[in-house]
Design a protein around this ligand. Structure first.
Ligand SMILES: [Fe+2]
Ligand SMILES: [Fe+2]
Length: 196
């Protein structure tokens, strides 16, 4: 794997300053969350720092790096907003030579989430949504919910994201819907019982 300093330099050269600051913020918040739940802080730091590595690439460049990453569908393949996650994971694997599958998966799934997310994946998902430079409607609710648990914070984040997508007439990727349902089920007091 590249030296961290070299990866930081690459990020600074390939991301606008605000996006780079968001990556630093995500790394910092991911470390704080990792400390809370006993996850490896360095992995959380690295996954947070690198999660948006491909964010500013063109669609063609994203497709190049995303090739071979798990579960790509037409909707992902045609959206820079969605494709940047598998593209960032592919870029970290192929360019930076990151070989930790846990870190790569946390990067891969940071936009939609997935059913059965690891703690590291959950941490990066939530840190991305609520790191200190984030400043969108509803972010305070996410930060507040995250004080209860990572899963509560994630649910709040899904709520804000889905509301935004519905209100702005955009599609919702099905992976996000099933991932959110899975977290909702985990938090349900009568887990496994029939729904109302
Ligand atoms: Fe992202
Ligand atoms: Fe991000």
């Amino acid at each position: 794997m590249w030296e961290e300093q070299k990866m930081r330099q690459w990020l600074q050269q390939h991301l606008p300053a605000g996006r780079y600051a968001h990556c630093e913020g995500t790394a910092e918040t991911a470390v704080a969350l990792a400390a809370r739940v006993g996850v490896d802080k360095y992995k959380a730091h690295l996954a947070g720092l690198l999660h948006d590595a491909a964010k500013s690439l063109s669609l063609a460049e994203m497709r190049h790096y995303a090739e071979g990453e798990p579960l790509l569908d037409t909707m992902l393949w045609n959206s820079r907003n969605l494709l940047h996650a598998p593209a960032s994971s592919g870029l970290c694997r192929r360019l930076f030579a990151v070989d930790d599958e846990g870190i790569l998966a946390a990067i891969r799934w940071h936009t939609t989430g997935r059913v059965g997310m690891t703690l590291l994946e959950r941490i990066v998902f939530l840190a991305d949504a609520m790191e200190p430079t984030r400043n969108y409607r509803g972010v305070e609710e996410i930060r507040k919910a995250a004080q209860d648990s990572i899963e509560s914070g994630m649910l709040a984040s899904y709520r804000e994201t889905f509301c935004f997508l519905l209100e702005s007439g955009q599609p919702i990727h099905p992976a996000g819907i099933v991932a959110r349902n899975a977290i909702l089920e985990e938090l349900r007091p009568t887990k496994g019982e029939p729904l109302p």
